[in-house]
Each structure stands twice: as structure tokens, then as C-alpha cells.
Design a protein around this ligand. Structure first.
Ligand SMILES: NC(=O)c1ccc[n+]([C@@H]2O[C@H](COP(=O)([O-])OP(=O)(O)OC[C@H]3O[C@@H](n4cnc5c(N)ncnc54)[C@H](O)[C@@H]3O)[C@@H](O)[C@H]2O)c1
Length: 276
């Protein structure tokens, strides 16, 4: 990995920060993008202080022009890009019908269009470079199994999985040197629940539950090690948590059997139980 250039969105916190720190440890040259300028500059200074080559670009992934500028800045500084992590994302909970148009738009713009903007801006460059490159799109367990009270999150993350699979088939058909992975983690210690604007009614209880499990979640650096390993092995599916597989299996079986879906809450303790 050493010397390769990695662009990471949502780099200033949580999973993105873990990827940046682990990437720096592995000798990558880093292009870090985030909308939170203060946190981004602090991380860039920390990694530069440890001897890493880092370019920090304040970027809103929801804006295609800013993502194109991010690509141009990466090329201007490092003459190319080897790894792209479309990672920035936010949370919104609440009953599907209580989430208003503005909240839906924010989720679609950041969680889905953010990834679309990354693919659109960077893929031509990665293909034209004529050398191996890799894209990792951060989805979630919610990209594979739906939970109540999380409609915009489920919708955007399942769309990211669909986009990533499509991209994978297209790159295979082209025989391209560019590969893609989709990262579907369970709880990882991060600040994501702070991005959830709604905390009343049943959503407040869900928030508290999610907050607890995220606080106790996998360490971002440990996750980043698994991600870099998967990239080295060119693995499409990156599923760091295994506890949700019974819920996924049940969902797939219900589709194949054409039986009605039944919500199974994966509890992270190695088993899954039916929610009341
Ligand atoms: N933490 C978890 O348990 C978990 C589980 C599955 C998937 N994920 C996904 O991981 C990704 C990273 O989230 P996290 O948990 O590290 O959360 P986080 O809140 O700690 O980090 C997200 C970062 O994205 C940045 N960001 C938000 N909106 C942005 C925008 N418009 N443009 C650029 N940057 C923006 C934030 O400033 C923040 O630094 C998200 O896509 C999230 O959905 C997280």
C-alpha cells in the first residue's frame, strides 16, 4: 500500500478517521475530505506531524462541483489516485411518514448522491490512469437488512449496495484494473448519532439503543485494518460484523419463499431474536 494515494470522504471522524489513521500507518499519501473544517484540519495536522503526506480539502459530498474540485486537487497534489473511499454519511430516524421532504433530501444528498458524485468524478480518472485502483463505498448492515424507524438510512444504504454491485459488474465486463468493494458494518464507535436531528417518540428510544451500541461498537482502527485487508484481496463484500447474518438469511429466505418479511433484530451478541 505504501506510497499509494487514498481519497477519503467523511475523513474527520469515526470510520473515515480510522481509515485515515490506518492508511497513514501503512504509508499511504492521503487526501482527506470532510464538511467539518476544524476537525479535518486538526486530523491533517496530527497526521502530518507524524510524517504523513496529507492534503485536506473541505468538501460537501452532496455537491458534485465540490467533489470534482476534490478530484482536481488530489491530481494537482499527487498526480493520481489509487484508492477512493466514499464514506461520508449521516443518520435520520423516525417513522417513515414523519420524516419531512427536507430531511429525506438531506439523506439522499449525502448518503446516496455523495457516493454517486464520488463515482462520477473519480471513475473516469481511475480508468484512464491504466493502473490498479480500488473504490470502497461505505453502506451499512442497513444496506442488506431493513429496520423500522430508519427508512431514509435503509433506502440510501440499500441504494449504495445496488450502485456498488452494478459498478462491480460493469468493471468486470470491461476487464478494468479498477475494483470496487461495499463496506457493510454493524456498530462502529463514531459520532454518527449526533447527525440525527429527530429524537422524540419511538425514534428517541431507537436513538438511545443505537447510541449505546455505536458507543460500544468496533474500534474504527480495527475496522480500517479489515477494510485494507479486503482491498488487498479485492473482496467485494466487506462484512466486518457476522452477528446479523441470521437476519440476512431470514430476509433472503422470505424473498425466495415469497413469505411476508418478519423483522428480526440482530442484537450484536452473536445471535438474533425476533423483535416484539
Ligand atoms: N458508526 C457505525 O456504526 C456505522 C455503521 C454502518 C455504517 N456506517 C457508515 O459509516 C460512514 C461514516 O460514518 P461514521 O459512523 O464514521 O460517522 P461520523 O459522524 O463519526 O463521521 C462521518 C463524517 O462525515 C462527515 N460528513 C457529514 N456530512 C458530510 C458531507 N455532506 N460532506 C462531507 N463530509 C460529511 C462528518 O463531518 C463526519 O466527520 C457513514 O456512511 C455511515 O452511514 C456507520
Amino acid at each position: 500500500m505504501a506510497g499509494r494515494v487514498a481519497v477519503i470522504t467523511g475523513a474527520a471522524s469515526g470510520i473515515g478517521r480510522g481509515l485515515a489513521e490506518e492508511g497513514a500507518r501503512q504509508g499511504l499519501r492521503l487526501v482527506l475530505a470532510d464538511i467539518d473544517e476544524a476537525a479535518l484540519r486538526a486530523l491533517a495536522a496530527q497526521l502530518q506531524g507524524q510524517g504523513s503526506e496529507v492534503l485536506a480539502c473541505v468538501t460537501d459530498v452532496a455537491d458534485p462541483e465540490q467533489v470534482a474540485r476534490l478530484r482536481d486537487a488530489a491530481v494537482a497534489r499527487f498526480a493520481g489516485v489509487d484508492l477512493l473511499f466514499n464514506n461520508a454519511g449521516v443518520m435520520q430516524t423516525g417513522y417513515s411518514w414523519t420524516i419531512d421532504a427536507r430531511q429525506w433530501q438531506r439523506m439522499l444528498d449525502i448518503n446516496l448522491k455523495g457516493v454517486i458524485n464520488g463515482i462520477h468524478a473519480f471513475m473516469p480518472l481511475l480508468l484512464e490512469q491504466g493502473r490498479p485502483a480500488h473504490v470502497v463505498n461505505t453502506a451499512s448492515l442497513a444496506g442488506l437488512v431493513s429496520s423500522p424507524l430508519m427508512a431514509p438510512y435503509n433506502v440510501t444504504k440499500q441504494a449504495v449496495v445496488a450502485l456498488s454491485e452494478t459498478l462491480h459488474y460493469e468493471l468486470e465486463q470491461l476487464g478494468a484494473q479498477v475494483a470496487v468493494s461495499v463496506l457493510c458494518p454493524g456498530p462502529v464507535a463514531s459520532a454518527i448519532m449526533a447527525s440525527d436531528a429527530v429524537a422524540e417518540g419511538p425514534a428517541a428510544a431507537l436513538n438511545a439503543l443505537l447510541d449505546d451500541s455505536i458507543r460500544a461498537g468496533m474500534a474504527p482502527r480495527a475496522l480500517a485494518e479489515l477494510v485494507f485487508q479486503a482491498v488487498a484481496e479485492k473482496r467485494f463484500w466487506i462484512l466486518p460484523h457476522k452477528f446479523f447474518k441470521p437476519a440476512l438469511e431470514q430476509r433472503l429466505r422470505s424473498i425466495l419463499d415469497e413469505s411476508n418479511p418478519r423483522f428480526v433484530m440482530a442484537d450484536g451478541q452473536g445471535d438474533a431474536h425476533a423483535a416484539r
